[in-house]
Design a protein around this ligand. Structure first.
Ligand SMILES: *Cc1c(COP(=O)(O)O)cnc(C)c1O
Length: 434
């Protein structure tokens, strides 16, 4: 008889893991379910006061980590099995120790900043950010005594010059929403370490990267020295556009603080929203991105060759200003170049003319194109188009937008799973109108 050998699970590739998940979860015996269950219970039977007391004592405590038994669930806002299973799989996908999910991406960004700052601290952030993150840092955090310095993180002198003893968090996106510019994560790690030689690990500024645009399939910032990764699960990870969600992935040191923060600020991810992300989103992440990226490349090449386009930003194009960095930093689990599914392009013309052309272009698509939809959000199986200048990034003042490469004639495209010929034909038809 041939010798049987059960290949250990960790010998399988990451893409396979994303589909099969971690069925030996300590959160639920779903060895016998092919599909993990969607639990729906706001509260849990505790059996005895003693068990209830133990549950409260173990929640977000060191003890719980090593307790070795199924968690004592108490109340949905504290902890819950479907969400916990998603968290295990997201931590795995990012290559981090732990993940804590939130109701939305903004709740996750707030939590990442909430656990790393206190009154009197400063955040150093790249000057171009998702509009609501910018608004959080300029409108709300100052009320809690946390100020943000916005700098160009590609410039060593302006970045290092902004770091002080009070800097407790360094925050950026890469690729940056919406311009697709990149920031070198490894270089930021080095700069932070160089500028803070006296501080110990617990005191040094925490590097937080919003990895929403790339998804963990295309980029894993923790491997380049980031301390914390934040995600909007609403976008590429969720992928189907049915549910909102957010996630923070970090080392174990942050786990209990994140759980406590979520418990008290209350932005929990509903288990009913965790489930589609666990069952549809993550398992199809690799397959969706392989295909969306291929189409994005075709569309980027088409746009680049178009006489009415002044420039195209897509990290996969050889003409992309940071192509070398893209190749170093953006690659899939199997090591292949993974420049993502997002594109930004600018129409030719002076500002006012370019803006009018962009409006006309997008409006034409909104009413005539079948394969492209005018809508915000991104990373879905449907191709979405929008105008960041007047829509998602309208919270940024006009001069700030212009100074940061966000032009009135700029158009953002999130490439979906449609046949790329159709996407290009719909774009071509709109070009004929302007
Ligand atoms: C959408 C988005 C967010 C916020 O996520 P929500 O789920 O909408 O709250 C944060 N960062 C980036 C880069 C985003 O695109």
């Amino acid at each position: 008889m041939k010798k049987e050998h059960k290949k250990p699970k960790d010998h399988y590739r990451k893409r396979t893991h994303l589909i099969h998940g971690n069925y030996e979860s300590r959160h639920w015996d779903f060895d016998h379910h092919l599909i993990p269950p969607m639990s729906a219970s706001t509260t849990y039977r505790l059996g005895s006061v003693h068990r209830g007391a133990q549950g409260f004592a173990e929640f977000a405590s060191e003890e719980a980590e090593g307790a070795g038994h199924v968690p004592i669930y108490i109340y949905d806002r504290l902890d819950e099995p479907t969400r916990s299973m998603l968290e295990e799989n997201l931590a795995y996908a990012e290559g981090g120790d732990v993940c804590v999910t939130f109701a939305t991406g903004m709740a996750a960004v707030s939590a990442a900043l909430g656990v790393t700052t206190r009154a009197g601290d400063e955040i150093v952030a790249h000057h171009t950010l998702y509009g609501c993150t910018y608004s959080l840092m300029t409108t709300w955090l100052p009320r809690f005594g946390v100020e943000t310095k916005f700098v160009d993180m590609c410039s060593e002198s302006s970045f290092k010059g902004a770091i002080t003893d009070r800097t407790s968090a360094v925050y950026f996106e890469t690729p940056i929403n919406p311009t697709l510019d990149l920031i070198d994560i490894e270089q930021i790690r080095r700069w932070v370490d160089e500028v803070q030689p006296g501080r110990n690990n617990k005191e040094r500024p925490m590097i937080i990267v919003d990895n929403t645009f790339a998804t963990p399939y295309c980029q894993r910032p923790l491997a380049f020295g980031a301390d914390i990764v934040a995600h909007s699960l609403t976008k590429g990870i969720g992928g189907f556009g049915t549910d909102m969600g957010g996630a923070v992935i970090a080392s174990r040191d942050f786990h209990n603080q994140l759980l406590m923060y979520r418990k008290d600020f209350g932005g929990v991810l509903s288990p009913k929203s965790a489930w589609p992300i666990l069952v549809y989103g993550l398992p199809t992440l690799a397959t969706r991105f392989v295909n969306q990226q291929k189409s994005a490349m075709r569309v980027a090449q088409f746009l680049q060759g178009h006489p009415k386009v002044s420039r195209v930003n897509y990290p996969g194009l050889e003409t992309f200003s940071k192509y070398d960095l893209a190749k170093k930093q953006m690659f899939s689990y199997d090591g292949k170049f993974a420049p993502g599914s997002m594109l930004y392009f600018v129409l030719k013309g002076e500002q006012k003319a370019a803006n009018e052309a962009a409006d006309k272009f997008i409006d034409y698509i909104a009413s005539h194109a079948y394969s492209i939809t005018l809508a915000v959000s991104l990373g879905q199986i449907r191709t979405l188009i929008e105008e960041p200048y007047s829509m998602t990034h309208s919270a940024l003042p006009d001069e700030v937008k212009r100074a940061r490469g966000l032009e009135p004639g700029g158009i953002r495209l999130s490439i979906g799973l449609e046949d790329w010929h159709d996407i290009i034909e719909d774009l071509e038809a709109a070009f004929e109108q302007i």
